[in-house]
Write a protein that binds this ligand. Sequence first.
Ligand code: ZN
Length: 233
Amino acid sequence: MEVFPKARQFMLRVCTSTLPVRRMLHFRHMVDDDTCLWCNRVETVGHALFDYERVRDLWADSGCEATCRWEEAGSMCDLVESWGSLNAKLLQKGVLLAWGIWQERNQKIFEGKTTPNDELLNRVVRWTEGVGSYSRRIYTSAKRVPASGKSWKSPPEGIVKLNMDASLAKEGWVGLGVIARDAAGRVLYAATRRMRAHWPSEIAEAQVIDMALKIGKQRGLGDVLSNRIAKCL
Ligand SMILES: [Zn+2]
């Protein structure tokens, strides 16, 4: 989905039933009342996003009704899966509208403020335009600094390939990162760490090798790694 990372996190919570709707909070004994603020029905995820008068109007006016066939889908996860066949632009707008509806709900609960429907819909349209420039910025800047000119090649069978790097981009901070993959290109483990240190680059590079090997040993790959590391060093 081409949406903001926060909207993606929101969708993940929708799919994993971890969005803090009142039914969930009630189930966990965090609130006494599991009803919706607007209509006194139980506030499930489906209800909060799709199923009371105001949000039904929003979905109808947005032209994204194809994204909210939640009652046919069975679960929120099934609903999201069914979106795979939708037009990308329509899906993007639908996800951003669901996110906007959730923010609107929270704003009413926590700040007692509401936004008129037309304003909320305009906001969603602005977001869809914003996402385009956001991802252009992210992806074009990523292209400008390629990690290397080469493409990644998988190691021979039985060998674990560790790609790692240390970053000294910010004074007083060191970033370490490693990814271990096998001959099929499967990720065996990956890790990043950020620490306070004033190391020259040689030390930082050695530290990342050390970190990569320690994690590998914890994952039971000690033999594979120690046989090969002598060659590497
Ligand atoms: Zn309601």
